[in-house]
Design a binder for this molecule. Structure first.
Ligand code: URA
Length: 245
């Protein structure tokens, strides 16, 4: 990969700034000063130094954001703040994996690993998403049964079966687990049983749980273990494919 591209992708400066510094002799690869911005560097196999510091190149970045209510899940928006406005790191190539409504808060994965995003969002993968919801009235056993059977939400097909776990202290507070990501899915499922969602927060997506230490608007990088666990969706699919052929 070109040295100037590698360094600017890492947020070390714009391409032209990086080129200027490389030409001035502020970059070295494996101990040799490099002044050609087009030098082909191998970030996996070579030690790269820039402005006196070793550069740690990771192709993919994975962040867990506690999306606050009131911002849109988009890369840009003319009116509202977006989820990307919370990310201080170099944002090139990063995007949210999936969407949460303007008034929904909670776990949002932000990554440049398009393949993993695709796997997590693919309807065929049935990745579980867990939400906490407050309703405008108590949730009944009939609602639990209806969710388990799959409620009609006005689409061609009913919602897939979902699990409802009702709080013992307060029957208008629930945890709901769905395996789809249709538009306004949870709100429409509750509307189908005559209830309005007053508060909605995603707390889990696949194996990834929202870190309880994060406050709304805060984010952190995923740990290697969290990344590996999420990627198991892919390997499970590959294993299935291998056994089918
Ligand atoms: N279901 C909804 O209705 N809204 C969300 O933001 C997420 C799931």
């Amino acid at each position: 990969m070109r040295l100037d591209k590698l360094l600017s992708d890492l947020g070390m400066g714009t391409r032209s700034e990086v080129k200027r510094y490389i030409r001035k002799g502020f970059a070295a690869v494996d101990g040799v000063k490099i002044s050609d911005p087009g030098f082909q560097a191998d970030p996996d196999g070579q030690k790269i130094f820039y402005l006196g510091k070793e550069v740690c190149y990771q192709k993919y970045a994975y962040y867990m954001l506690y999306k606050p209510c009131g911002c849109v899940t988009a890369r840009s928006d003319g009116i509202h703040k977006t989820v990307m406005d919370y990310i201080r790191e170099e944002r090139k190539g990063l995007s949210p994996a999936g969407r949460l409504d303007l008034d929904t808060e909670g776990l949002l994965l932000i990554t440049n690993d398009g393949h993993l995003s695709h796997e997590l969002l693919s309807p065929a993968k049935h990745v579980k998403k867990v939400y906490e919801a407050r309703l405008d009235g108590p949730v009944t056993d009939l609602d639990v049964k209806a969710f388990r059977e799959g409620v009609e939400i006005g689409d061609d097909t009913p919602a897939k079966p979902a699990e409802l776990s009702v709080s013992e202290e307060d029957a208008s507070f629930v945890r709901v687990t769905v395996t789809e990501g249709r538009y306004h899915q949870v709100k429409r499922m509750f509307a189908a049983v005559g209830k309005q969602v007053l508060f909605l927060k995603r707390i889990q997506m696949g194996s990834l749980a929202l870190d309880p230490a994060l406050l709304p608007g805060e984010y952190r990088s995923l740990t290697q273990r969290e990344i590996d666990e999420l990627k198991k969706i892919e390997s499970k699919r590959k294993m299935r494919y291998n056994t089918e052929i």
